[in-house]
Design a protein around this ligand. Structure first.
Ligand code: ATP
Length: 377
């Protein structure tokens, strides 16, 4: 987990050098504002207890405008990677490029300007309890020396954007968790950033509030064209809003790709372990009746796995004609991720053996016989 930092430490004061960098930034932005590239990135933490290899050999491009998720087991390096984007962590080796610019070469002024282009939201919101919603959201602009009238206009704008009109003068203690995170998002957007970094932004929220915050993030991504990079331990968050996902394992890239692909056909043990809570086990009553060998007059129980086909979903009559027998649906779930059907179905069919499974090619991602049952399950 990233250490909590008060955002406003990163807010710059206007100055000539900053303006120069800002111009350079706008030029870079025109070529695709909000892209991040990691090149051979490594991070070693050294302490009295020894060295920790937190990140190794990270080569990755996050295109502008994406909603991009980073997952991995605890200690895999997620926070470390996220924090190299705004240089809260300095890489030990390699480079981070934001909009094609090597941020490792930035001087203090350029760094301050960079951090304006990168909003960040946190699990525990990081609001100042002695300040009202308006004051919390305005703070980065106050520190930047923006005139009062402009601050008032911008604060009104972002509070409306996050659905908090009328809450200007409320203190954070009077807000729900979801409302606090909306204030956090408004504050992160106040400088009109290109990229929003989210560190476990919904982990402290209940499922319903999580969904409303995810919807807000998705709306912001669509309406403002903002790149969103989030780390989370909630796979449902990735499934809900991310287009791409990176799986980190012990500081290295385990796999990366579109969510429907990585979740539909995980290649790495780390991914499978992370996805286990989403998968459903074989129901106990069916498992108890499964026998390894075919049973006279009985049925085979097949597990059919869909891995992101672009079809509307499994067509059971096609399965039946491919197998040449009737098929009964026993159990299963088909989800849709980015328009791709995926999930697992358990079906029972008579007279099916391993050799028949070939016929299912083209209809399902994979099929296997789990066992056999004596009669109708
Ligand atoms: N400041 C630090 N000093 C020493 N070691 C650190 C420091 N920060 C992180 N680490 C170590 O680096 C590794 C990666 O940590 P990091 O916080 O990036 O992982 P994470 O995937 O975000 O974990 P979590 O999901 O538990 O938050 C871990 O082994 C961690 O103990």
């Amino acid at each position: 987990m990233a250490a909590l930092t008060v955002e406003t430490t990163a807010v710059p004061v206007h100055g000539a050098a900053t303006e120069k960098v800002a111009t350079a930034t706008r030029v870079a932005s025109a070529a695709g504002a909000g892209s991040v590239r990691f090149e051979k990135l490594g991070k070693i933490y050294r302490s009295a207890a020894g060295a920790v290899n937190a990140l190794e050999d990270i080569d990755l491009e996050i295109p502008a405008g994406r909603v991009y998720g980073i997952i991995g087991r605890s200690g895999a390096g997620k926070s470390s990677l996220l924090r190299t984007i705004n240089r809260l962590e300095t890489p030990t080796s390699g480079r981070v490029l934001v909009d094609g610019q090597d941020i490792g070469r930035f001087d203090e002024d350029a760094l301050v300007e960079l951090r304006r282009r990168l909003g960040m939201i946190f699990q525990h919101f990081n609001l100042l309890s002695a300040k009202t919603v308006r004051e919390n959201v305005a703070l980065p602009l106050v520190v930047a020396g923006v005139p009062k009238k402009q601050i008032a206009e911008r604060v009104d704008e972002v509070l409306a954007l996050v659905g908090l009109e009328g809450k200007h003068n409320v203190y954070p203690s009077r807000l729900s968790g979801g409302q606090k995170q909306r204030v956090g998002i408004a504050r992160a957007l106040v400088h009109k950033p290109e990229i929003l970094l989210c560190d476990e932004a919904t982990s402290a929220l209940d499922p319903e509030t999580t969904l409303s915050i995810l919807k807000l993030l998705k709306d912001i991504n669509r309406s403002l064209g903002l790149t969103i990079i989030l780390i989370t331990h909630e796979m449902s968050v990735i499934r809900e809003i991310c287009e791409n996902v990176l799986v980190l394992e012990q500081g290295r890239i385990a796999e990366e790709g579109p969510v429907w692909q990585v979740f539909g056909a995980p290649k790495h043990d780390a991914t499978r372990a992370l996805l286990r809570p989403l998968s459903r086990d074989l129901p106990e009553d069916i498992a108890a009746r499964l026998q390894p060998q075919p049973v006279a007059g009985g049925e085979a129980v097949l597990e059919l796995h869909y891995t992101g086909g672009e079809s509307a979903g499994p067509d059971l009559s096609c399965l039946a004609s491919a197998l040449g027998t009737s098929v009964r649906l026993l159990h299963g779930t088909i989800d849709r991720i980015q328009g791709h059907a995926q999930g697992t179905l358990l079906v029972a069919a008579r007279g099916v053996s391993e050799s028949n499974l070939e016929a299912l090619k083209g209809h399902v991602g994979s099929a296997r016989i789990l066992g056999h049952v004596a009669s109708d399950v």
